[in-house]
Design a protein around this ligand. Structure first.
Ligand code: PHE
Length: 464
C-alpha cells in the first residue's frame, strides 16, 4: 500500500501483503469519503471521542477491534503468529502483541515521514474516529514506541490493522500484520564482527533466491543508501534483513507444504523447491527498500515490504545518531489462507463452531469446508450527478455496512459517461453468500433497498 513510487496494478489474488491495487488506481477520481450520520460521540475501549468532519468509522468496524484474533492460540492467525515467534526464539527479539488499534496520525504517518498528500492519509483509505485519532493502517505505527522501549536488539509486533478497501475473497477491512525490526550501533567498535555473527546465526535454507540487489549491488541512485551509514553497514544490515525474511518465509511455506501433503494433496507444486525473488520498492521511512515475492502455485505472491530504517525515525525515537538497522512488515491473513487452505478471508472472523473447532494451538491443519451454500447475485446501477465525489471505496463501505459478512464480493462491472448529459453511470455487482446458512430473498431485498437508500441520501444518485 505504501509504495508511492511505483503503483502497479496486479491481480488482487497475488498480493499477500494487504496492499491496495484494485479499481481505486484506475478510476482516478478525486477522493472524498462516505460520511453517513455519525453520533456526536464514539466510544472505544472506555474512551469517548467527539466526532467531526473526519469521522468515517462505522460501528461494525469498531466491533472488530474487540476480537484480537492474533491473541487466540487456537485460531489460524494466532497459530501462524506463534509459528513465527517460535522460529525466532532466542535470536534477540522482544515480542509485542497487545498494542491497541487506536493511534494518532503522528504515529501512523508523520513520524514515518509520510508526505502530507500521501493517499494513505485520505478518508477514502483510512478509518478515522476524528481528525486526531484513527485505526492504524499498519503495524509500522508502533515502530516509534518500540524503538524507544525495546531492550533487545530487535522486536516483532503482531496486531490487527484496518483499511478501507474493495470487497472480495482476499480483502477484508480488518487484517493482521507482523512487523519486525533490528538495530546495531555505529558506536559499537565491533559492529562488523557482531553483524557477521548475527548473520551466521540465521539458519541456512534451501530456498532458491533471485536477488539482483545483493552484496555490492545493495543500493543504487534510485534506491539509495543513507549518507550516515557506510557502504558496509548498509550491505550487512540488508543481508541480515533478507536472510531473516528468507528464513521466515522458508519456515512458513515449508509448513504449508507439509500440511498440504498430510491432507492428501499430491499436487505438483508441492515437490518443487521454494523460490523467492527480491524486487525494489519505496517506503517513506526506509532506504533502500524492497519487497520479497514467493513463487507459489504458479504465481509470484507479493509477501512482505521492508528496508533499511531511515535515520530520522531512529532519531525521533531518541536513539541518537548512531543506530542503524532494518524493518519489515508482513501480512498474515493471506498467508494463513494458504497455510490452512481457507478459501475466503471472511472465515477468519466467523463465530461458527464448525470453523473454530477445527484449529488447535501449534498445528497447521487443512480446513474442511462444512458446506457451500448457494449465493445470490444482485446489481446496483445508478446515475451520478455531475462532479460527483463518490469514491469506489465509499460504495464498498455502504454495501459492507448494510450486508456485513453476507457480502462475498463486489465489483464495479460497468461505468460510462453520457456524452450529452455528462453524467456517469455505474453498475456494481454484489455477490451475496453466507458461510453458514441459506439466504432468503427477503433479506437480500432489504439489504439492496438499504444500499440504494444510503446512496441516494449521501451521494444524490439516481437509481436506474
Ligand atoms: N508497513 C508497510 C505496509 O504495510 C510495510 C513495511 C514495514 C515496509 C516496515 C517497510 C518497513 O505497507
Amino acid at each position: 500500500m505504501y509504495r508511492v513510487a511505483r503503483p502497479v496494478l496486479k491481480p488482487l489474488t497475488s498480493n499477500l501483503f494487504g496492499g491496495f491495487g484494485g479499481p481505486l488506481l484506475t478510476l482516478n477520481r478525486s477522493k472524498r469519503f462516505y460520511s453517513s450520520k455519525f453520533p456526536s460521540e464514539i466510544e472505544l475501549d472506555g474512551q469517548t471521542f467527539k466526532t467531526d468532519e473526519w469521522t468515517n468509522v462505522p460501528p461494525y468496524i469498531l466491533e472488530l477491534t474487540k476480537r484480537q484474533l492474533h491473541q487466540d492460540v487456537n485460531h489460524p492467525i494466532g497459530i501462524l503468529k506463534e509459528l513465527v515467534e517460535t522460529t525466532f526464539k532466542d535470536m534477540g527479539y522482544t515480542y509485542y502483541n497487545d498494542f491497541k488499534p487506536l493511534v494518532t496520525p503522528f504515529q501512523n504517518f508523520d513520524v514515518l515521514g509520510f508526505p502530507q498528500d500521501h493517499p494513505g492519509r485520505s478518508k477514502s483509505d483510512t478509518y478515522y474516529l476524528n481528525k486526531d485519532y484513527l485505526l492504524r493502517t499498519h503495524t509500522s505505527a508502533h515502530e516509534h514506541e518500540c524503538f524507544q522501549e525495546c531492550k533487545t536488539p530487535g522486536y516483532f509486533i503482531t496486531a490487527d490493522v484496518y483499511r478501507r478497501d474493495e470487497v472480495d475473497r482476499t480483502h477484508y477491512p480488518a487484517f493482521h500484520q507482523l512487523e519486525g525490526a533490528r538495530l546495531w550501533s555505529q558506536e559499537d567498535e565491533d559492529w562488523e564482527l557482531q553483524m557477521l555473527k548475527d548473520i551466521a546465526a540465521i539458519p541456512q535454507t534451501d530456498i532458491i533466491v533471485e536477488d539482483p540487489f545483493r552484496e555490492n549491488k545493495t543500493f543504487n541512485s534510485e534506491n539509495p543508501k543513507q549518507d550516515y551509514m557506510t557502504d558496509r553497514q548498509c550491505e550487512l544490515a540488508s543481508l541480515h534483513l533478507k536472510k531473516t525474511i528468507e528464513y521466515l518465509v522458508n519456515q512458513v511455506f515449508e509448513n504449508a507444504r507439509i500440511s498440504a501433503k498430510l491432507a492428501g494433496s499430491t499436487e505438483e507444486y508441492l515437490n518443487e523447491p521454494l523460490k523467492v525473488r527480491w524486487v525494489e520498492a519505496y517506503f517513506p521511512w526506509t532506504s533502500p527498500s524492497w519487497e520479497i515475492e514467493v513463487w507459489w502455485k504458479g504465481e509470484w505472491l507479493e509477501c512482505c515490504g521492508c528496508g533499511v530504517v531511515q535515520n530520522q525515525v531512529l532519531r525521533n525515537s531518541n536513539l541518537g545518531e548512531h543506530k542503524f538497522g532494518w524493518a519489515f512488515g508482513i501480512g498474515l491473513d493471506r498467508i494463513a489462507m494458504l497455510l490452512f487452505g481457507i478459501p475466503d478471508i471472511r472465515l477468519f472472523w466467523s463465530l461458527d463452531e464448525r470453523f473454530k473447532n477445527q484449529f488447535v494451538q501449534g498445528r497447521i491443519s487443512t480446513f474442511a469446508p462444512y458446506s457451500k451454500y448457494p449465493g445470490i447475485k444482485r446489481d446496483v446501477s445508478f446515475w451520478l450527478p455531475p462532479d460527483s465525489q463518490l469514491h469506489v471505496n465509499d460504495v464498498m463501505e455502504i454495501i459492507r455496512s448494510k450486508g456485513g459478512d453476507l457480502i462475498e464480493n463486489v465489483t464495479l462491472i460497468d461505468e460510462f459517461l453520457h456524452p450529452k448529459t455528462k453524467k456517469t453511470s455505474q453498475c456494481y455487482r454484489i455477490n451475496y453468500q453466507s458461510m453458514d446458512r441459506n439466504l432468503t430473498r427477503e433479506e437480500i431485498n432489504k439489504i439492496q433497498e438499504g444500499v440504494e437508500q444510503e446512496l441516494i441520501e449521501n451521494f444524490n444518485v439516481k437509481i436506474r
